[in-house]
Design a protein around this ligand. Structure first.
Ligand code: TRP
Length: 351
């Protein structure tokens, strides 16, 4: 696994023994990750984490995908169009190559035993620790809510439950999620120290792909209206890329620091074509922004064509999608109940 994973430096090396009891461990490595059901997944998700998940699944790992529906309420009062967004996410996963016969896709709210882990977990972290989380602070700074809810402060502990209930080994996420993974490892370690070994130390798998920017030159994000959705049509893709910010220098180069917007389109083309951005830039030479946009559009549409075709096929059969979620929820419940039983036993709760 060390050949495929990027771990942060303070983590144990892949081969190091972790405090994992032999009992109830899956034979193969387990991966868990997820996406809030707030809108369609976009190219930033795809190159940032979706591709990694599918690669690991295809290498034989056991893939769990949580759709954290409660987490939607961290930064808004109501979870809008939840069913539509949940089903849309499942379709995006299937489009990206998640194998419905192997993966476990489930919604957070459908797994009560997972949610029960939150109570002991919260007892293991201090209010100060929760308040220091930089990703939470950033979300609070950008929040449009009148007041910061208790859920906003505690959702990273919730996320630890998402990860630890199935004793995941590896969590492929974007860099902004690293503080939550840090907290997850802290909770696992403290639980094991206090009550005996139950949880493994999950490792973070960060994507090697550099961060993609949105069409306005800022971070690509569902909520900023600057993203290219996986499910967008080729015409919409062309329109979005045509409207992307660039500069007036005709010579195309790859210089993310000096020319972030132009470099972003070069990078997008390179990622879609599996080439180096320097090579793409050199080939474009003095072509200017118009040529760059035409090439980027073609690269994205060609790369996404099979994904979009697969998505459209599954979208015709939403009863299949719902059945898949039911099966995923049933499996997640079984796993969560086993873990909760171990937790209660370790804590000395009467059975
Ligand atoms: N917090 C993640 C996000 O905002 C979503 C998430 C919830 C998640 N639970 C998780 C990611 C568990 C990885 C593992 O995108």
């Amino acid at each position: 696994m060390s050949t495929t994973s990027t771990t942060t430096s303070h983590l144990p090396p892949a081969a190091a023994p972790v405090a994992t009891p032999a009992k109830d461990r899956p034979a193969k490595n387990r991966i868990l990750t997820g996406d809030r059901p707030t809108g369609p997944l976009h190219l930033g998700h795809y190159f940032g984490t979706l591709q990694n998940r599918v690669r690991l699944q295809n290498e034989g790992m056991d893939l769990f995908l949580v759709i954290p529906d409660y987490q939607v309420l961290t930064d808004r009062d109501v979870a809008d169009r939840l069913t539509e967004h949940v089903e849309g996410l499942v379709l995006d996963y299937l489009a990206a190559g998640v194998d419905p016969s192997r993966a476990t896709i489930f919604t957070h709210s459908a797994v009560p035993a997972l949610n029960q882990l939150l109570l002991p977990f919260l007892s293991l972290v201090s209010v100060a620790e929760l308040g220091r989380n930089p990703t939470v602070k950033d979300e609070i700074a950008h929040s449009r809510q009148a007041a910061v809810s208790g859920l906003m402060f505690t959702y990273p502990a919730h996320q630890a439950a998402d990860i630890l209930f199935c004793k995941a080994d590896l969590v492929p996420v974007g860099k902004d999620q690293e503080p939550h993974l840090e907290l997850t490892r802290t909770i696992a370690r403290r639980f094991n120290e206090r009550y005996g070994p139950v949880f493994p130390q999950p490792r973070t798998l960060l994507s090697e792909a550099p961060l993609l920017l949105g069409t306005d030159g800022t971070k690509m994000s569902k909520s900023r209206g600057n993203s290219i959705a996986l499910r967008a049509s080729s015409d919409d893709t062309a329109r979005l890329i045509r409207g992307a910010k660039t500069d007036a220098v005709r010579r195309i180069s790859y210089d993310p620091e000096g020319r972030p917007e132009v470099s972003n389109l070069v990078l997008l083309t390179a990622l879609c074509q599996g080439r180096s951005p320097y090579e793409v830039a050199a080939e474009l030479g003095d072509g200017g922004a118009a040529r760059l946009k035409a090439v980027a559009t073609e690269a994205v549409n060609a790369h996404l064509a099979p994904l979009r075709a697969r998505r459209a096929e599954y979208a015709q059969d939403l009863s299949y999608v719902r059945g898949l979620l039911r099966a995923g929820n049933a499996r997640a419940n079984e796993v969560a109940e086993r873990t909760l039983a171990e937790v209660r036993e370790a804590m000395g709760s009467p059975s």
